[in-house]
Ligand binder design. Sequence first.
Ligand SMILES: [Mg+2]
Length: 349
Amino acid sequence: MSELKVIHLDMDAFYAAVEQRDHPQYRGKPVVVGGDPKGRGVVSTASYEARKFGVHSAMSCKRAAELCPGAIFLPVDMDKYKKESRKIHYIFRKYTSIIEPISIDEAFLEIEDGNAVDIAKKIKEDIYNSTGLTASVGVSYNKFVAKLASDMKKPDGFTVITYDDAQRILPELPIRKIWGVGEKTEKELNNIGIFTVKDLLQYDHEFLLKNWGRRAHELLQLCQGIDYSPVQIDQEIKSMGEETTLKEDTMDLDVLRNYLKDFSLAISGRMSQKGIECRTITVKIKYNDFKIITRGTTLNRATNSPYTLYECASEILDSRVPLVRPVRLIGLQVSNLIYPYDPVQISFL
Ligand SMILES: [Mg+2]
């Protein structure tokens, strides 16, 4: 259980680093990728120089421009970043087949044969040699501690945490560092006097378990450095979707379109988080006689834009779904998924 075999690898300020590599004039300068300084859009990635001013991802570009007046704003060039992501995954696959991508620039790897520390060093080196980009890498005996490790020294970090190290390091950490402790949980814990991992471990466990149940159990385990979650290969996901049984059966197109709008936004959000795109969009309808029909469209170009999803879905609804009876359930599904690190970029045109 304490064998070092999990690697967490996170590219440093990925989009910004790619731009600084390709445009030497931006090196050493605050670079913000995403949106523009007039306030449209949000920050996708800020370079370390921009982070010093307090700029971070998901912040509005307007705010970023206020904090860092000298920032250089650049548009997101996803095709370029995906190309780098594919190179990185190609390197991963040379060393292991157990890869769990978390996003376009972050993944967990499990090493079955060989010394994970040596292999992690080689991977980091290979990535630098092949892309000119740096990664922060953590090696440990489970996913949770490996991620803690890679977070410890950024950028260009390399950190190994053994089981014994973890027992020493964990108690000193603020409770917020534990997986699943967001702002809300942190406040709840602070309210009962828990600020660090040590505070939680010394707290009355029975009280925690009684009040928080399963959540407390997971939290206590993580605080002791225990995490059994496996490194999971997610290429298996073939489709994503959303559906709802309506409160009242309806034949009102506007009502149905509104559902498709919400679904498009939700599905697009989930896809872009992982850098996934889809080619096929399918609308599902169940009438009040429980008869189901599904109608789909396959695009020439892969997408994860909420507008494109909605446009296609409402077009299908308008022209290919006969509203002969009231509708009881509506759903939207995307399939033919294309992962950002897919080794082969197939041209469909
Ligand atoms: Mg990163």
